[in-house]
Design a protein around this ligand. Structure first.
Ligand SMILES: CC(C)(COP(=O)(O)OP(=O)(O)OC[C@H]1O[C@@H](n2cnc3c(N)ncnc32)[C@H](O)[C@@H]1OP(=O)(O)O)[C@@H](O)C(=O)NCCC(=O)NCCS
Length: 155
């Protein structure tokens, strides 16, 4: 398997994987996520591709893209409360349903860590939905820890 940056002609296939992640979010949080995969969401991959602060990483096995990640450099200016923050955010992340528990995501995280280090980042960050226990188990398995929480109360 190889992990590398995506090519433009792979955006269609990446959308297949993006849809799997979206469907999971719709099932888990239907009051927040729009169902289906409308053109707007399909086309959004182009905005990602054209954004100079974002890169798309893919995992390829036997000629097939089986995982993807969208990385986003975020710079937040200093505020009265906080120092400047400059970090690498994992905006989107997923492995094809047919290729889970084969170590694909673990290899993508190793690639992302190396990329972050080479580019001078001292932190990688991501946010995830609480219902997604499988993703939490994965992120913890590869070394992420929770440092902040979003809470809600249904009325
Ligand atoms: C979360 C996800 C990316 C993990 O990808 P993966 O390639 O299957 O993960 P790996 O095979 O590298 O797993 C490494 C370790 O993480 C943990 N892990 C991964 N998936 C897990 C699961 N479903 N349940 C419990 N632990 C899990 C295990 O410790 C695993 O090691 P093991 O297989 O030797 O037990 C994948 O399940 C996925 O794409 N889910 C849907 C999309 C999603 O939730 N994306 C992230 C949120 S935006």
């Amino acid at each position: 398997m190889s992990v590398r940056f995506a090519k433009e002609e792979e955006l269609e296939r990446i959308n297949v994987l993006r849809r799997q992640v979206n469907d999971l979010h719709v099932a888990g949080k239907p009051e927040i996520f729009k169902p289906g995969f409308p053109d707007e969401l399909r086309e959004y991959v182009r905005s990602i591709w054209n954004d100079p602060d974002k890169v798309i990483v893919v995992a390829e096995r036997e000629g097939e893209i089986c995982g993807f990640a969208v990385l986003h450099r975020i710079v937040r200016p200093e505020t009265p409360f906080m120092f400047v923050r400059d970090y690498l955010d994992i905006d989107e992340f997923g492995v094809d349903e047919a290729h889970r528990r084969e170590g694909v995501a673990t290899e993508m995280i190793a690639f992302i860590r190396a990329y972050a280090k080479e580019n001078g980042f001292s932190r990688i960050e991501l946010n995830m939905w609480e219902f997604n226990r499988e993703a939490l188990a994965f992120y913890e398995a590869v070394g992420f820890s929770t440092y902040r929480r979003y809470m809600e109360m249904q009325i």
